[in-house]
Design a protein around this ligand. Structure first.
Ligand SMILES: Cc1ncc(COP(=O)(O)O)c(C=O)c1O
Length: 413
């Protein structure tokens, strides 16, 4: 019996809501690349949105000590007092923003926190304005919550960042009487763009004027390589009553598997998100909370060595991207933050007869050149390809060599 036969035999179809979901393309590509590697193929994987560093030893030790002390029971939905205090202190120290513990909730990664945020903020039929290219899960999570995403591109025609003035016009064009919230990540996954202060001001004024919730995903805040990270609430403190700041430990602290994410915002919204948490995954494991406190207290200083490595890798990735530009005409978005270089394959695809989409390019790249990278379709940006430089310099060089060879091949066919 194949999958569709099974579906036909269900006593009822699955809910309309769940039929709106599609598998996460970033996770499936990553597993495809891993499966090829497991079968002996020497795959260079630039598809993972995951640091390759180990979690800091002091964080691991804190979890081990907590396990030895028997901290294996349920914790508090929304976070225990020590963890909430550590998050309050982090916001004060890093972002100069004051929150009370009741304004914070924690969950199993920023991904779960974002889902809970959309389920809490959106009614069926509401629209969410999402800056694009966007992180894959926003679209599915908004749809699952009953909302409709309206995408606003932050790129200009040549993959450069849209000016603040142009962004204001694009936001106005996406507004409707159903608009309820505005969602973005800065630094951005996938483009690496860090929104300028002027663009953040435009977003803040637009949200204020139109009574929109703002969901500001700042999970890459420590990975800003030019200038300093600016939270939307630094730029516009007046937005505090209508903003959820989203953050987590996965990216900065190389703690993807620990599943720690958090949100800060108005306490009435946070109280609802905590209730939802109590009915979904309940709480973080107590020993994970102990480890998270150590990471949050260590802050950016704790990951100084990792940041140095990212800086070197980023230089190599930019150098390689420039080489791609001069040799095969592939452009890129300027990667000021996060750990991605978002390549613009459109000039190559336009010249090719056999390869017309970044999806086809990504498949060919993996199958023939053994390089994993994520096609832009996943992020609402067909024609682009996301490469991650959270890997060794050798892999970055090999991966870009594969992309160049693939581009040359498709331009001739
Ligand atoms: C922009 C962005 N937000 C949120 C997440 C979710 O992170 P996690 O659930 O691991 O905390 C990711 C992970 O890729 C991301 O790139």
């Amino acid at each position: 019996m194949n999958a569709s036969d099974k579906a036909a035999s269900l006593i009822h179809p699955v809910s309309d809501r769940s039929q709106k979901l599609s598998p996460s393309p970033t996770l499936s590509l990553n597993s495809q690349a891993k499966a090829m590697r497991a079968s002996g193929v020497d795959v260079v994987n630039l598809s993972a949105g995951e640091p390759d560093f180990p979690t800091h030893a002091s964080v691991v030790d804190a979890a081990k000590a907590a396990l030895d002390a028997g901290e294996t029971r349920y914790g508090k939905p929304g976070g225990g007092p020590d963890l909430l205090k550590a998050i309050v202190t982090k916001f004060k120290r890093d972002n100069a923003v004051d929150f009370a513990p009741e304004q914070i909730t924690v969950g199993a990664g920023a991904k779960q926190i974002l889902l809970h945020a959309f389920l809490t903020l959106l009614n069926p039929g509401d629209e969410a304005i999402v800056l694009s290219p966007y992180w894959v899960s926003y679209a599915d999570q908004i749809a699952f919550s009953g909302g409709t995403a309206r995408f606003v591109s932050t790129l200009d025609a040549n993959a450069g960042a849209t000016s603040a003035q142009h962004l204001a016009a694009k936001l106005e064009a996406a507004l409707s009487s159903k608009s309820k919230c505005l969602v973005f990540s800065s630094p951005s996954n996938p483009s690496g763009e860090v929104l300028s202060e002027a663009s953040l001001k435009v977003i803040a004024d637009f949200a204020k004027k139109n009574n929109l919730w703002v969901v500001s995903d700042e999970i890459y805040e420590y990975l800003v390589f030019e200038g300093e990270h600016r939270s939307i609430l630094n730029v516009a403190p007046k937005l505090a009553t209508q903003t959820l700041l989203i953050n987590g430990l996965s990216k900065a602290f190389a703690m993807t598997g620990w599943r720690v994410g958090y949100a800060a915002g108005p306490k009435e919204v946070i109280a609802r998100m905590r209730m939802l948490q109590s009915h979904s995954s309940t709480c973080l494991p107590a020993f994970v909370e102990k480890a998270a406190v150590v990471a949050l207290s260590g802050g950016k200083a704790m990951i100084a060595n990792d940041l140095d490595k990212y800086r070197s890798r980023r230089s190599v990735a930019i150098e390689q991207a420039k080489l791609l530009e001069s040799s095969v005409g592939v452009g890129h978005c300027y990667p000021a933050g996060a750990f991605y270089v978002f390549l613009d394959l459109r000039p190559v695809l336009q010249q090719s007869k056999s390869c017309k989409s970044s999806m086809e390019f990504g498949n060919r790249l993996l199958e023939k050149h053994h390089v994993g990278a994520v096609p832009g379709e996943a992020f609402g940006a067909p024609g682009f390809l996301r490469t991650s430089y959270a890997t060794s310099i050798e892999n970055i060089q090999k991966g870009f060599a594969g992309i160049k060879a693939c581009a040359q091949e498709v331009m001739q066919s």
